[in-house]
Design a protein. Sequence first.
Length: 182
Amino acid sequence: MIPITRIIGASCDGLDTHKSKYFKMGLSKATNGLFKPITICDPFARNCEWADPHTNDMNENTKAKHHLDALEFLKGYPSEYFDLVLFDPPFSPIQAERRYECGLENIYTQGGYLSKVYFECARILKVNGKFLKLGYNSNRPHSSLVLKEMWVTCFGGNRNDVIMSLWNKEQTSILDYSHGIF
Ligand SMILES: C[S@@+](CC[C@H](N)C(=O)[O-])C[C@H]1O[C@@H](n2cnc3c(N)ncnc32)[C@H](O)[C@@H]1O
C-alpha cells in the first residue's frame, strides 16, 4: 500500500504550478525537505526555477534557461546524472493546444512521443533518484520506476483533479535501456 493524500486546491493556483501548496508538498517529499543539495531537471519548466540551470520550456517567453523540445533537451544529458526529474507537461491535448499554445503538433499527437520522453527521464536519473509527475493519471512512466506516494488535489466545480505521483528509480539492468539490441 502506498500513501495517498487528498488536498483541497486553491482556485488561484492558475498556471504557476510551482507556487501551489500541493507542488511544494511533493517537492519537499521528493527532496527530503531540500536538506542536501541535489541536481534537478525540469523539461517543461515554464517559470519554475527549482531546477535552475537545468530548466527547459519550448515557449521562449518563460524563465526557462533552455527553449528546446523536451525530448531533444533530455537527450543532451548523460545517463544517471540527476537526483530528481520534475515532470509537469500540459495535462491533455486540449491544454497543450489552447492553454499553452503548443499547436496541433504536440506531445500527445506525435506517436510514441511521451514514451520516448519517459525513457529519457529514467535514463538520466541516478539509481534511487526521484521522478515527480503531475497530470491526470498515475500511469507508470518506465519499468525502472516504482511508485512511492500520491497526492490528489481537488479544485471543485467542473475542474479535473490533479494527480501528483512520486516514483523511485530502482537498480536497473542494461536490458531496460537496450531498445531490444540484446
Ligand atoms: C504545466 S506547464 C509547466 C508549469 C511549471 N511546471 C510550473 O510549475 O509553473 C507546461 C509547460 O510545458 C511547455 N511545453 C509543452 N510542450 C512542450 C515540449 N514539447 N517541449 C518543451 N516544453 C513544452 C509549455 O510551454 C508549458 O509552459
